[in-house]
Design a protein around this ligand. Structure first.
Ligand code: CMC
Length: 435
């Protein structure tokens, strides 16, 4: 018989509480502590949420010990092999794989919401050409709420659906424009006859004066990477979207806050950091020096693209991307890509090193993704933007789920206050002038 309560006793007072234990479909049991403070007078302390579930969700499941990742129950390996990013987007948003008619309608809706309000284009000109594209993304995406007033009522399901479609459909257009601005080329309008990733490549790399042909290998590679990046449970950026959304902020503002959180090098910014790191290492003969730096507690250097809060095994996404690197580089004729060779050697040395073994540090999704982006011609400062385009699907699905959850309340964590105790105000002329 499953134990579905957990009793906690305060030995100093003898008072105890029986807390309900919730069980999801998969994963460890979860103690429901919502009554804990009210009845026992204690807060719980868990910086970084190491042991805290912040919500209920039916979208993504991760088993970090066994390296398992499921979207709506489907193993990531199967989706990577058999699905497409747009089908995965439907799955994320609506819970099941679409039938042919649903797929057709959904693809059509995404394709026909790709344009952005023409006035938004002038926002880009407010940024200097060397602005980081992620900075531009945060600003431009956040401003969508100033344009699309007919999808801002979060209590109206039709508004929510329309906002969801708009965010997913317009994200590649906004991303490509941030690239075009950085290289001083004219913006390219979306072409709705193209697929999601083909359109992104078209808007990034075509110019009005030349014909541009989309390379099907590049398009499929991008689609596959986007599937792998579509969602990842309650990570920092997704939790940021949910936290912002819990105050009933509009979805465009919430997703913009997610882009901001994603930018950090401990999260989505790691893909850019990996390439910069490989460039800095430069040659296999320098690997041991950099590994020593990563192990040195007095050095802030970390092996970027290594380690994960949840995975204590190889990140299943990294496994798929590593295989994909072999395939894509071979097809594009770059089989001996020096960055890929260096990354493989670095992985090999790190995985045989006691420091990394003892801490179960394996390559994560960001370790190899930049190598593919690079051979597709995507500049390093656009890597995290690519991640943001794919993750928009997850942010939107998680936001939609949160809004419809009857348990949803404004998120309001507590703290351990360690500041000064209560004290009286001292007028300026009475304060100690020596300090
Ligand atoms: N290089 C060297 N040491 C590391 C690394 C690393 N990349 N990652 C973790 N460690 C060590 C860390 O110093 C600590 O050692 P000790 O126990 O001796 O103090 C131990 O491993 C546990 O690390 P932690 O920082 O407590 O773990 P965390 O769960 O708080 O952090 C992480 C997870 C992903 C932020 C971290 O592993 C890291 O900074 N990795 C490099 C950045 C990176 O690749 N981020 C992408 C994450 S996956 C994609 C995404 O989320 O967007």
């Amino acid at each position: 018989m499953k134990k579905d309560t957990l009793t906690i006793k305060d030995n100093s007072t003898g008072k105890s509480i029986e807390l309900p234990v919730r069980r999801g479909t998969l994963g460890p049991p979860v103690v429901d502590i919502t009554r804990f403070y009210r009845e026992m007078g204690f807060f719980t302390f868990d910086p970084g949420f190491l042991s805290t579930a912040s919500c209920r969700s039916g979208i993504t499941y991760i088993d970090g010990d066994d390296g398992v990742l499921l979207y709506r129950g489907y193993p990531i390996e199967q989706l990577a092999e058999k699905s497409t990013f747009i089908e995965v987007a439907y799955l994320m948003l609506y819970g099941d794989l679409p039938n042919a008619k649903q797929m057709d309608t959904f693809s059509h809706l995404i394709r026909t919401h790709t344009m952005i309000n023409e006035s938004l284009k002038s926002f880009y000109n407010g940024f200097y050409h060397d602005a980081h594209p992620m900075a531009v993304m945060v600003g431009v995406f956040g401003s969508l709420s100033a344009f699309y007033h007919d999808s801002l009522d979060i209590r109206d399901a039709d508004h929510r659906d329309l906002a969801a479609l708009r965010m997913i459909a317009k994200m590649p257009t906004i991303a490509a424009a941030s690239y075009k601005h950085s290289v001083g080329e004219p913006f390219v309008y979306p072409k709705n006859s193209l697929g999601y990733c083909g359109n992104l490549l078209h808007m990034m790399f075509s110019v009005p004066s030349e014909d541009y042909e989309i390379d099907p290998i590049a398009e499929r590679a991008l689609d596959l990477i986007f599937i792998l990046h579509a969602d990842h449970e309650q990570n920092a950026s997704t939790s940021t979207v949910r936290l912002a959304g819990s105050s009933s902020a509009n979805p465009f503002a919430c997703v913009s806050s997610g882009i901001t959180a994603l930018w950090g090098p401990a999260h989505g910014g790691a893909n850019e950091a990996v390439l910069n790191m490989l460039e800095e290492i430069g040659d296999a003969k320098n690997i041991s020096t950099y590994l020593d730096k990563a192990k040195d507690k007095n050095d802030s250097f970390r092996l970027m693209g290594f380690g994960h809060r949840i995975y204590r095994e190889y990140d299943p996404r990294a496994k798929i991307i590593r295989e994909m690197c072999h395939e894509v580089l071979k097809k594009l004729g770059n089989e001996n890509d020096p960055f890929f060779e260096l990354a493989l050697k670095l992985e090999d040395v790190a995985l045989n090193d006691d420091y990394f073994k003892e801490r179960s540090l394996y390559p994560n999704v960001d370790f190899y993704s930049g190598i593919i982006y690079r051979v597709l011609g995507i500049p390093t400062n656009m890597f995290t933007v690519m991640f943001a385009v794919a993750r928009t699907v997850g942010w939107v699905a998680q936001w939609m789920e949160m809004i419809s959850d009857p348990d949803q309340r404004i998120a309001r964590p507590r703290q351990i206050y360690e500041g000064a105790g209560i004290r009286d105000y001292v007028p300026l002329d009475k304060r100690n002038s020596d300090t």
